[in-house]
Ligand binder design. Structure first.
Ligand code: NAG
Ligand code: NAG
Length: 510
């Protein structure tokens, strides 16, 4: 395997993205490594009211959103607060109102008290300040008229499919004699027992934490999807953030199960933001992400095999805060064989977006036929025919194909990176990216569509013996015995204590 040393100084140039409608909230940074062409598409359409951008959800389809936009644009010149279509039936929609960054807890509560259905987060704890309200568009506008300075933007949230892959139960016994092809393809079979002390937060359908291959390193973290309201789990709970779908357990296994996972020393946290049928809201992910920001143990990786249509501005701000705080966020590119920039959170520049290779049956360097591609891709990883842990029993396995399977390979590599470089948590994102990709090969994946252009980069596990050309010496200790039979490694002491002492109360105003 050809290896390329990639220590490029990665510029995060900022440039205003071209928008068709007025009220650009802020310029958007260009993609990593693309210094000349503005690659980011910020095409979630919006209109403004009281100078606050309002983003309807693209789920309503082109015609639904277009009708709404046209209606609002036609209304705009008259500056009239009177609806042009007074008889149109207005539906109640769920709106995420992101508040200005200096908004206080009290201001959020005052706003919330005006609305019958409103949930607040607590902005004072350092989290992204937002409230979630259920209102018709006209009711929302009336609210914005009263709080025009407090609200940064309003974004519609819908209960929608996260496009989860189907998983085939695999009959092979847990004691396999060889590592799965994906583990070998990124040299993770040569670097076992890694990621010790690193916390990987798996935002998915939950995790069967008792699976034998997790060796006691998997814990319940946060559950938003089971009841729809935020629950901080007891780490040893087997019901909170439990996986009754299978996707989350499969993904977590690829991050860090023994034999089937990349970083089989890492601590895995179940963050249930998708329900057992594969649906969720953006607000569920926001709550879990912001909990990691204020209360999650470090060093931390957020692994998100979650894909929905469109682009959430609130989720961009949420992930940006995590990345600025030393957390690496790894996301799936999506399985639509199209431009990943059209999907959330794949489009978000500060996240590492992972596309899939492996050809039709795995172990090939060809792009997986389903994988999204394009300028929002940062790295490629194995995603076809991936064998990993399954949720049916503590010894069951399953095979699946998707960018959801590629994403956790990279999350595991990031965990190895944080263990190898203890100072990585205080570095900026471009420095961490340089460390992650110092061991990588470029130009290796085949059958990537020409347009829109994608990078062609595969990250590999940091080898035990540091490369002499790498300026920063990794602090890797020799691996514990590399055993081909899954031997549950003794669990590192979990660190469920919050990093900062924050007293968390989430309140629902009804
Ligand atoms: C937040 O900043 C805005 C603009 O700078 C200012 O008008 C407002 O008073 C500030 N709010 C608080 C609570 O400090
Ligand atoms: C990241 O940190 C390095 C070293 O301090 C600095 O040279 C670089 O400009 C920083 N990059 C960004 C995007 O802040």
């Amino acid at each position: 395997m050809a290896r390329a040393l990639l220590l490029a100084g990665l510029a995060w140039a900022r440039a205003a993205a071209g928008l068709t409608s007025a009220g650009d909230p802020e310029p958007v940074p260009l993609r990593r490594g693309t210094s000349s062409t503005p690659m980011v598409r910020l095409d979630r359409e919006f209109f403004t009211h009281a100078d606050v951008p309002i983003y309807p959800h693209p789920k309503h389809g082109d015609t639904g959103v277009q009708r709404l936009l046209e209606r609002e644009r036609r209304r705009a010149p008259t500056q009239s607060a009177v609806p042009i279509y007074p008889h149109a039936v207005e539906t109640h929609r769920l709106w995420i109102l992101e508040l200005v960054s200096n908004a206080t807890d009290k201001e959020a509560q005052v706003l919330c008290q005006e609305v019958e259905i409103c949930e607040t987060s607590y902005p004072n704890s350092g989290e992204l300040p937002f409230v979630v309200v259920r209102l018709t568009l006209e009711e929302l506008k009336a609210l914005l008229d009263r709080y025009p300075v407090l609200v940064k933007f309003a974004e519609e949230d819908v209960f929608e499919t996260m496009n989860l892959e189907f998983i085939d139960a695999d009959e092979s016994p847990l004691e396999r004699r060889t590592y799965p092809w994906g583990i070998q393809s990124i040299n993770a079979d040569l670097s076992r027992g890694r990621g010790v002390g690193v916390n990987v937060y798996v935002l998915d359908t939950g995790i069967r934490t008792t699976h034998a291959s997790f060796g006691g390193r998997a814990f319940a973290g946060v559950d938003v999807a089971t009841t729809g309201s935020f629950t901080h789990c007891a780490p040893s709970s087997t019901t909170c953030a439990a996986d009754r779908h299978g996707h989350g357990t499969h993904v977590a296994g690829t991050v860090g199960a023994s034999t089937y996972g990349v970083a089989d020393g890492a601590t895995l946290w179940a963050m249930k933001v998708i329900d057992d049928l594969g649906f969720g809201y953006v607000k569920w992910s926001l709550l879990a992400e912001q909990w990691v920001l204020s209360s999650g143990a470090r060093p931390a990786v957020v692994s998100m095999s979650v894909v929905s249509i469109g682009s959430s501005m609130a989720e961009k701000d949420s992930i940006d805060r995590l990345v600025e705080d030393g957390v690496t966020v790894v996301v799936a590119a999506g399985n639509q064989n199209t431009d990943a920039c059209d999907y959330n959170p794949a489009w978000i520049p500060s996240a590492i977006t992972v596309a899939s290779y492996g050809g039709p049956a795995g172990s090939s360097p060809a792009k997986s036929s389903f994988s999204n591609y394009g300028s929002c891709i940062d790295v490629w990883a194995p995603g076809s025919s991936i064998l990993s842990t399954y949720h049916l029993s503590d010894t069951s396995l399953g095979t699946s194909s998707g960018t959801s399977m590629a994403c956790p390979h990279v999350s595991g590599l990031v965990a190895i990176m944080y263990e190898a470089y203890p100072s990585a948590g205080s570095m900026n994102a471009s420095q961490r990216w340089s460390l992650l990709t110092a061991t990588s090969r470029s130009g290796w994946v085949t059958e990537i569509p020409q347009s829109p252009h994608s990078v062609n980069l595969v990250a590999e596990a940091i080898p035990l013996a540091p490369s002499p050309t790498t300026s920063l010496t990794p602090s890797l200790t020799p691996a514990p015995t590399t055993s081909m039979t899954p031997s549950p490694t003794p669990s590192p002491t979990p660190s469920p204590q919050p990093r900062r002492s924050t007293c968390r109360h989430r309140r629902r105003h009804r």
